[in-house]
Ligand binder design. Structure first.
Ligand code: GAR
Length: 190
């Protein structure tokens, strides 16, 4: 079974997952990481961890459809079975969804369906909720929608700042995402 990770930015979730692949704790092959930004820090992490990586940007193509077709061609060439989104900040279009139906998973830093979108942690903090958390879900054609696979709550205390909340959320993500992925891989391998 071959897995590709898609990431747009920092890549801390990519690194948490890659470490587990490299330690033999995930029974699949991490084929590559892809970023839609050439200067994303996730690519530095990939170099350091010696994980193959690719990047290309939407602006290098005639339109979003052409970009996604190129990405699909790469995924098919590498015979990818499962796509893992880790801070990939683009909506997955029809082209990819049709070919990878039920084979794309995403992590989001809130208890969906609350606070979808690009700023899940800040939106929950600013709203003043006392409990937020992390969600892993199957990707459909919406923004942070699709069947929920796992959730874990994170309490927001009066002492928390946005920075401390971000830290707490990321710690949960780095533990939850590999554990959920392990279950998915083990089920698919059976
Ligand atoms: C993570 O918190 C992830 O849940 C979030 O982006 C961050 C990426 O961090 N994803 C979304 O908000 C998806 N809507 P990372 O680049 O350090 O892994």
């Amino acid at each position: 079974m071959k897995v590709a990770i898609l990431a747009s930015g920092n890549g801390s979730n990519f690194e948490a997952l890659a470490q587990q692949f490299q330690a033999g704790l995930l029974a699949a092959e991490l084929a590559f990481v892809f970023s839609d930004h050439h200067d994303a820090y996730v690519l530095e992490r990939a170099k350091r961890l010696k994980v193959p990586f690719y990047s290309f940007e939407v602006k290098e193509f005639a339109n979003k459809q052409a970009y996604e077709e190129a990405l699909l061609a790469l995924l098919e060439k590498e015979q990818i079975d499962l796509i893992v989104l880790a801070g990939y900040m683009r909506i997955i279009g029809k082209t990819l969804l049709a070919k990878f139906s039920n084979r794309i998973i995403n992590i989001h830093p809130s208890l969906l369906p609350s606070f979808p979108g690009l700023h899940g942690i800040k939106d929950a903090f600013d709203y003043g909720v006392k409990v937020t958390g992390v969600t892993v879900h199957v990707v459909d054609d919406g923004v942070d929608t699709g069947p929920i696979i796992a959730q874990e709550p994170v309490m927001i205390s009066p002492m928390d700042t946005l920075a401390t909340l971000e830290e707490k959320i990321h710690q949960v993500e780095h533990r939850l995402y590999p554990n959920v992925l392990r279950k998915i891989i083990n089920e698919k391998n059976q």
